[in-house]
Design a protein. Sequence first.
Length: 249
Amino acid sequence: MHASKMATPLTTTIISLIGAPGSGKGTYGSMLAARIRNSTFLSVGDILREHSEQYANSTIGRAMKETLRSGALADSSFANEAVLERLKRISHRNSVVILDGFPRNQEQAEILSKWPHQFQQIAALHFDVPDQICITKLLGRRKCSICKGSFNVNGVDVNGFYMPPILPSYESCPKPCDQETDWKKREDDTEETIRKRIRVYHEQTEPVLRFWSERHRLHTFVPYKGVKDIDEMVNMVDKILTDIIQYSK
C-alpha cells in the first residue's frame, strides 16, 4: 500500500486512540500508521506485556502480568514510564505516533499533560462502538501460531454496523493452518474478563473523553463498516494533523 500524501508535522504529533476494548483501535491504528509517512503505531498493551515478560521474575513484573490477565488497568506510574521511554526511543525517527491505550484514566491524562514539550502536540480520536459489538469481536480474535497473522472469526451485522469475519488467506501461511491447533486466543479474551475490561473502560476511561473535549482536542469516529471505513478515517486524521500544524505555527 502506498503511503498517503497527507501533511506530516515537523515535530512529534501524537494521535491518542480511545475506545472500548474490541472497538478496533489496534487494527485501525496499524492501518493508519501504514498510510501516514514517518509514523509508527504503539500499542500500550503490547508495551506493558513486553515489560511484564522482561521483568517476569520480579515482583512488579508478576504483578503487571496478573493485572493484564485480570482486565484491570495498569498502574499509572508504571504505564507512563513504559510509554514515555518508548516514545523517546522512537521520536527521532517518527514525526507522528498513533498511540493505542494511553491515557486510560484521569490520573494518566494529568500525567500526560506534564510530558516534555516535544510530546505535547496531541489529539484524541475516539472510536464509538456499542459494547455488545466489542464483546462479539473480542471473542472472535485469533492469531495464527505459524504465520503470526491476526484475524477475527466473528462477524457483525446489526444496527448499521457491518463487519464480516477477517480470515487469513492461504497465501499468507507457509503451510495450511488448522483452526483447532494453530489458531490461538489471548488468555485474557474470556467473556468474564472482557466484560470487566469494558466496565472498567466506562468507569475510568470515559472521563478521559471529557478531558480531551474540554481542551478541544477530541474527535469521534463511528466505524460502521470496520476496516472498510479506513479511507474515511484517514481523511479525518489528515484534517486533524493539518489543524495541529496550523495551530502550532
